[in-house]
Design a protein around this ligand. Structure first.
Ligand code: CDP
Ligand code: CDP
Length: 222
């Protein structure tokens, strides 16, 4: 039986950082479901299909092929066989992902892929609906969060580290907007599963979060 660890939470909570490092500690596969929504978004942008075009999206879902492959512990996202791991990281793709992730057909297709991956391998999977919808029977569920201000400061530092200019107040506004969109959408909104452990990382370092996660898993006898 494959062990499944689900990590959900809002943008900037540290899901991908923590899920990736935790998967490495346990020698599990890290599954970044956000990357799948981003790959789908890139496809729609390339095909000129808008997030409101229900028919266009349905057809696109039928012909697109999105997959995750892991080479030496590094995840690659393939869109119709092309490695788009770097291309999907733009702001434009992120915004389209957030919009197209509200479409039922898109979610149906990607959730199916995510479940297939988790059924055959031990995974740490992060996203918005993993504990509530994708893997309702996950062995461990974590709802990772942090205050809006902390998350904004984290994103702000990431921009500065890349030598880019950034406006903290604007980032804070964007995060609030994205939270609202993810938490209030009709299908699979972001919310803490009843059996998820709440982990607030506002005052914790990455190491401290990882140690807390290890304790949670030990209690579950993983
Ligand atoms: O995936 P998600 O949007 O939840 O967050 P992320 O892309 O992992 O970004 C989180 C940022 O906060 C990264 O720059 C981390 O280095 C930093 N960070 C963290 O993840 N956890 C902490 N306890 C402290 C800082
Ligand atoms: O920018 P950030 O790292 O926070 O987002 P992401 O994890 O790369 O996901 C991009 C977008 O896909 C998010 O804004 C979500 O709306 C959506 N998403 C989702 O709906 N369900 C998931 N399981 C993962 C991502």
């Amino acid at each position: 039986m494959a062990f499944n660890i689900a990590i959900d939470g809002p943008a900037g909570a540290g899901k991908s950082t923590i899920a990736k490092a935790f998967a490495q500690r346990l020698s599990y596969i890290y599954v970044d479901t956000g990357a799948m929504y981003r790959a789908m978004a890139l496809y729609l942008l390339r095909e000129g299909i808008s997030a409101e075009d229900e028919g266009g999206i349905e057809e696109a879902c039928e012909r697109v092929d999105i997959s995750l492959v892991h080479e030496d512990g590094v995840q690659k996202v393939l869109l119709n066989g092309e490695d788009v791991s770097s291309l999907i990281r733009s702001e434009e793709v992120g915004n389209m992902a957030s919009k197209s992730a509200q479409n039922g057909k898109v979610r149906e297709k990607l959730v199916e892929l995510q479940r297939q991956l988790a059924a055959r391998t031990d995974v740490v999977m992060d996203g918005r609906d993993i504990g509530t919808c994708v893997l309702p029977k996950a062995d461990v569920k974590i709802y990772l969060t942090a205050s809006v201000h902390t998350r904004a400061v984290r994103r702000y530092k990431e921009y500065l580290d890349k030598g880019m200019e950034a406006d903290l107040a604007r980032i804070e506004e964007d995060i609030e907007k994205r939270d609202h969109q993810d938490m209030n959408r009709e299908i699979s909104p972001l919310k803490r599963a009843a059996d998820a452990v709440l982990l607030d990382s506002s005052d914790l370092t990455i190491e401290e979060v990882l140690d807390t996660m290890m304790e949670i898993c030990k209690n579950k006898k993983i």
